[in-house]
Structure formats: C-alpha cells, structure tokens
Design a protein around this ligand. Structure first.
Ligand code: FAS
Ligand code: PHB
Length: 389
C-alpha cells in the first residue's frame, strides 16, 4: 500500500492527525495494535484546553463535545479544609472544557470511519524502515499476514510503549525522566459530582482530585504508594480515604456508590529529544509524559499534532518545509513548559515519603501565597487553560 503519511497509533494523537490531514486532502493510514473496543475502554484524561477544542472544531468532530462537554470557568485548590478558588475566565478570559478522552477518541473514530479513513487494527511487528530516506516504509503483520506501507512521512503516535521512539538510535536520543514515589488510584462511579468544578486537594494524608465526566458520572482519585495494588482498595476503603482528604464541607455532601472502573497509574515526567529523525516525527505520549496533576498529557499531544499538521499541510500544499524543519524545536518549547507546570502542581499538592519538615513548610507557604496573591493565581490559570501554540 502507499500513502503520504503513515501513522502508528490509533489513540487521540494518531486519529486527530489523520482527521486533520484528511480535511486538507492529505492521505494517511493509521495502524493500531489493539482493537477499537480496547482503545475505547481506556479511562484517561478529562480536561481539554481551548487549543484542543479548536483543533476538534477544525477537524469537524466537535459536535458532541460542544453539546455534552462542560465549560468550566475555574477550578478549586484546597489546602485541608481551606478553599482557594482559581477563576480562569476572570484571570485569563479563557475557560476549559471537561469532556473525557474516551469520548474524544470515540468521536474521532466515528469521523474517520464516516470519511472512509484507513485504520488497521490488531497490527503486530510494526517496523519503521528507511526513516532517514525520502521513501520510508512500514512493515507489519495482521493475523500473521505480512504487509507493507510506502509513504513520505511516518507519524509516531504510538504512546510511551510504542515502537517509534525506539526507532531513533540511542546515540541520537536524549531522554529526561523523573519518576514520582507515588501513583494515582482512580475510580469512576455513577454518582453526581461533589462540586460543579474540579477540586485539587492537598491534605496531610495525601493528594485527592474530584473530577467528573457528566452529571451522573464522577471521576475521583487518591494518591497511593507505588507498592499498592488495586485489589487492596475496596470501594469502602476508597470512599473513607477520599472523604478524609477532601474539604469537610465537600465530604459532608459527597454521594458515594459502587465503582464501575478502578485503576492505579504511576506518575512520571518524561521527555525525549529530538522529536524528529529523518522523516519520522514523534507526537504525544510517544515523546513525552507528564504527571496528570496539571491535566497536560492529552493537551500537549494536541499541540504536537497542531505543529505537525501545519508543517505537513505547508509542505504538501505550498512546497514549504519550514514547519517540518522546526517541528521538534517548536513542540519541545511548549512541552517543557507543560512539564514544568505539571511538576510544580505535583510538588504543590502531594505528600512525599520522608518529606523533610522544611519542604512541608515550603509547600504550605506556596499554597498560602497562591491563596493571597491574584498574580500567582493568574500564573496558575494561564498554564492550566493552556499556553499559546
Ligand atoms: P496513547 O497512548 O493514548 O495512544 C497510543 C496508541 O498507540 C494506543 O492505542 C496503542 O495501542 C497504540 N500502539 C502502541 N504501540 C503500537 C505499535 N507498535 N503499533 C501500533 N499501535 C501501537 N492525561 C491527562 O491530561 N489527564 C489524565 O487524567 C490522564 N490520565 C492518564 C491515565 C493513564 C493510565 C495513562 C496511561 C495516561 C493518562 N493521561 C492523562 C495521559 C493520556 O491522556 C495521554 O496523554 C494520551 O493518551 C496521549 O495520547 P496518544 O499520544 O495518542 O497516546
Ligand atoms: C480526569 O478527569 O480524569 C482528570 C482531570 C484533571 C486532571 C487529571 C485527571 O488533572
């Protein structure tokens, strides 16, 4: 088979890129190693920056998001029982949209299928060949049958455990990593959210987050040690612990119920440089990971897709390759700012094992400065709603 852009990975990055390219008349094929049902079974991000919302509109897939997404004008940071209101719209003029990644991915699959987009599922043994040449090609198998795609460019949208990043020689790559000494235990419950905005909770017992998916679907998290196993957390244990970490006024009105999903995700910061090698371009989790504390994972994948899409469009439509030549540098500039914000939010809100007493005092001083200083709240808001592309 031949296409202009071969995309590895049928998650939000790969699907959004394929849909945008299609709108510009540029052909692509998406290779996904799992089934569509498996991909849609993942519960991940929940908050979309305006940049992401704009890309979904440009891709023509914003109908359900506009109808069912929740516009949030702010968020709450709590310190024990103390409530710190961060008003995005007042401080930056920009809200965020709460709309789950699962729904984003579902909308993108529907759009690709409606447009007759080529997506191959359950692919295996994907190999990127001749990435440094002008005629790279992919080889792979589907149920044992060997296949090949000849293309101009390869977009590595295959996440942290994919093949793309590993294709770039180790002596070309520089990797930066910080592993946090805790994870997040997340649950979904068919209960009304405890508050109409998200609440990021700092408590002496550890971090907690009150989020949501819709008026009767809550998404809640608690920080847990890396050694914890999800089977050690009954629903009762989760609710007791969660109530002990959120502000008392919220705990009093919390509606609990059975979990319909429960999982533990480790937290890490990770970046690989460069994000281009020949005609292979890395996007999203294939190139970088953030702790979810700043809601930046999915949103930095979106800005990568924006830069790559604009570069490919200029290349094919105007014969201008400047966007492709500066892709890695431009994407990394914004990624590192998202890494910084996610690292800052994680240090602000979590309890670290064996944390020195001085560091605890620093965390409290940071929270008190945020409570008392509108400029500090504005800096948080500018980063949370999304820095410019
Ligand atoms: P993805 O990992 O979503 O997609 C990559 C796709 O490539 C997958 O479908 C995979 O099956 C496929 N693939 C991998 N290797 C392949 C191969 N060799 N061949 C073909 N296909 C291959 N972000 C937030 O903003 N907020 C959150 O709360 C949040 N929670 C998260 C929880 C978890 C457990 C994880 C893992 C991530 C979370 N994230 C969160 C980050 C997450 O949303 C990512 O940023 C987002 O999925 C990035 O999208 P993609 O780059 O498309 O990568
Ligand atoms: C979520 O709703 O899953 C969510 C929201 C905000 C975050 C992390 C996760 O920072």
């Amino acid at each position: 088979m031949k296409t202009q852009v071969a995309i590895i990975g049928g998650g939000p990055s790969g699907l959004l890129l394929s849909q945008l390219l299609d709108k510009a008349g540029i052909s692509s094929i998406v290779l996904e190693r799992k089934t569509k049902e498996y991909v849609l079974g993942r519960i991940r991000a929940g908050v979309l920056e305006q940049g992401f919302v704009g890309l979904m509109r440009k891709a023509g897939v914003s109908g359900r998001m506009d109808a069912e997404g929740y516009t949030h004008d702010g968020t709450v940071i709590s310190n024990g029982d103390e409530i710190i209101q961060i008003n995005f719209s007042e401080l930056t003029g920009t809200p965020v949209v709460v709309y789950g990644q699962t729904e984003v991915t579902r909308d993108l699959y529907e759009a690709r299928e409606k447009a007759g987009g080529q997506i191959e599922f359950e692919v295996e043994d994907v190999v990127i060949n001749d990435a440094k040449s002008d005629s790279p090609y992919l080889t792979y198998t589907v149920h044992g049958e060997e296949r090949r795609i000849d293309c101009d460019f390869v977009a590595g949208c295959d996440g942290f455990h994919g093949v793309s990043r590993q294709t770039i020689p180790e002596d070309v790559r520089t990797e930066y990593e910080k592993v946090y000494p805790f994870g997040w235990l997340g649950i979904l419950s068919e209960t009304p959210p405890v508050h109409d905005e998200l609440i990021y909770c700092n408590s002496p017992r550890g971090f907690a987050l009150c989020s949501m998916r819709n008026a009767n679907l809550s998404r809640y998290y608690v920080q847990v040690p890396l050694t914890d196993k999800v089977e050690e957390w009954s629903d009762e244990r989760f609710w007791d612990e969660f109530k002990s970490r959120i502000p008392a006024e919220m705990a009093e009105k919390l509606v609990t119920g059975p979990s319909i999903e429960k999982s533990i995700a480790p937290l890490r910061s990770f970046v690989t440089e460069p994000m281009r090698w020949g005609n292979l371009f890395l996007c999203g989790d294939a190139a970088h990971i953030v702790p979810p504390t700043g809601a930046k994972g999915l949103n930095t994948a979106a800005s990568d897709i924006h830069y790559l899409y604009e570069g490919l469009k200029a290349h094919y439509l105007d014969g201008d390759s400047e966007g492709l030549d500066t892709y890695s540098e431009k994407a990394l500039l914004r990624i590192w700012k998202a890494e910084r914000f996610s690292w800052w939010m994680t240090n602000l809100l979590h309890q670290f094992p064996d944390q020195p007493a001085f560091d605890v005092k620093m965390q409290q001083a940071e929270l008190n400065f945020l409570r008392d200083n509108t400029e500090a709240q504005k800096v948080l808001a500018q980063n949370y709603v999304g820095l410019p592309y």
